[in-house]
Ligand binder design. Structure first.
Ligand code: AMP
Ligand code: GLY
Length: 440
């Protein structure tokens, strides 16, 4: 009998996971709660919110779901994994306690210090005076300082302050004026690292890990890394900066020690561990850990995965060894660009009709995020609307194809970055290749 799988979430990441799982010969049926119209073409949508732990649990029990896969962090922190495990149901993701590695920056930093993991110099504060004083030790030397709300703040809780005045304003707003509520009552103040950012993903079973791939996200809203931070505007896999040698170093100095420490602390980590790294001149350093797949990184990771994803997630969820499962990666490149509503990440309109998807080439992948069906039309319903993803024999082929395909899609005030991947050709340019060699 084939397996029944439930995927929790409604974004592009979950669409990509469902798309990949739908190719597994081991799976008979996929449900998604609550899903989106793109997911609905591959799975049965269940009208239960991603944070409705009770609703998810009763659905999974009723349908005898064999494996539940959690996409976003909110249900993890709401204890969905704890509740499912207690009910004897198999679920892929960390417990609420283990998800603290993402939800509390102070927890993550202390864990890193304890295991000697390379990360920015830091201190944790809940009182304003000592926080100001520590921040000044950077700014008075003319160095920027990074101030982070301890808890989840929808990507807005990290500020790079370039002078003392800015640092003090941020500290006051977090510690004295509760700008981030509980999330900002404790802050991490840290050294500002310089370098290229890389996201590295591994699957963990509590004892051990299996590397997936690395990727680079584009967090700022506008070209040239300008404008406000967003959830992510585009990504590609296997950035050249993350060499095999660097990956080995990261596995040895960062991933393996964290997994060991969490087990030792009695909070073994099962699920995807996503290390946000800065590749500095002094080597890779951790910016943050996330306890889940990245979005939009998953939209470019899944198309590159040759082997079946289901056995990997199942082994991890059951705490079984990875010895019998494979993680085979395709050759070539994969790049995705997010099409967002004009105004995102600030205020944006909804309900714009999306056109042109039917004219895309068959091998172009579209992952839905903020879409819905309204009177028979596919319309926008969120800030990040769709991701257009293409694979190619090399980076140039993938990038060219994505931008050519985007030319066929439209909705009112559609906004996207036109420089996803530019870092790669800029580096190559420095190494003697011209931009024109990459064709864009
Ligand atoms: P985080 O949520 O901790 O990953 O921070 C969000 C973003 O802020 C990161 O992706 C980086 O671009 C930036 N950032 C965070 N910490 C630092 C740091 N110590 N130095 C420089 N940039 C940072
Ligand atoms: N792409 C950034 C994230 O998923 O947190």
């Amino acid at each position: 009998m084939g397996k029944k799988v439930l995927v929790i979430g409604a974004g592009g990441r979950e669409h990509a996971l469902v798309w990949k799982l739908a190719q597994s010969p081991l799976i008979e049926k996929i449900y998604a709660a609550p899903g989106n119209p793109g997911i609905g073409e591959l799975a049965e949508l269940v009208n239960v919110g991603a944070d409705d732990v009770e609703g998810l649990l009763s659905f999974a029990k009723r349908e005898a779901i064999d494996l539940t896969v959690v996409g976003p962090e909110i249900p993890l922190l709401a204890g969905v994994v704890d509740s499912f495990a207690k009910a004897g149901l198999s679920i892929f993701g960390p417990t609420a306690a283990a998800a603290q590695i993402e939800a509390s920056k102070a927890f993550a930093k202390k864990l890193m210090r304890q295991c000697n993991i390379p990360t920015a110099e830091f201190k944790v504060f809940s009182q304003i005076e000592p926080a100001r004083e520590y921040a000044r030790t950077f700014t008075e030397k003319g160095r920027p300082v990074v101030i982070k709300a301890d808890g989840l703040a929808a990507g807005k809780g990290v500020v790079i302050a370039v002078n003392t005045k800015e640092a003090e304003d941020v500290l006051e707003s977090m510690l004295l004026r509760d700008a981030f509520g509980d999330a900002g009552r404790t802050v991490v103040v840290e050294e500002c690292l310089q370098g290229e950012e890389v996201s590295f993903f591994v699957v963990c079973n509590g004892n051990d890990y299996l590397p997936i791939m690395s990727a680079q996200d584009h967090k700022r809203a506008f070209d040239g890394d300008q404008g406000p931070n967003t959830g992510g505007m585009g990504a590609y896999v296997n950035p050249p900066v993350f060499t095999d040698e660097l990956q080995q170093k990261v596995e040895k100095e960062i991933i393996a020690p964290v997994i060991k420490a969490m087990k030792r602390e009695g909070i073994p980590f099962c699920g995807v561990l996503y290390a946000g790294l800065m590749i500095t001149d002094a080597g890779p350093k951790v910016l943050e850990f996330n306890a889940r797949f990245g979005d939009p990184e998953t939209q470019v990771l899944m198309p590159m995965l040759e082997s079946d994803l289901f056995p990997v997630l199942e082994a991890a969820a059951k705490g079984e060894s990875f010895a019998g499962v494979k993680m085979e990666i395709k050759k070539g490149a994969c790049l995705g660009v997010v099409l967002a509503a004009g105004g995102y990440p600030g205020a944006f309109a909804k309900g714009m009709v999306i056109s042109g998807l039917e004219s895309l080439d068959r091998d172009t992948l579209i992952f839905h995020a903020g879409t819905k069906i309204n009177e028979g039309n596919l319309v926008t319903s969120g800030g990040r609307v769709l991701a257009v993803v293409c694979c190619g024999s090399d980076f140039k082929a993938a990038a060219l194809k994505v931008y050519q395909q985007i030319g066929r899609v439209n909705f009112e005030n559609m906004h996207y970055r036109r420089d996803v991947g530019e870092r790669v050709w800029k580096k190559s340019a420095a190494a003697g290749k011209r931009r024109a060699d990459y064709g864009f």
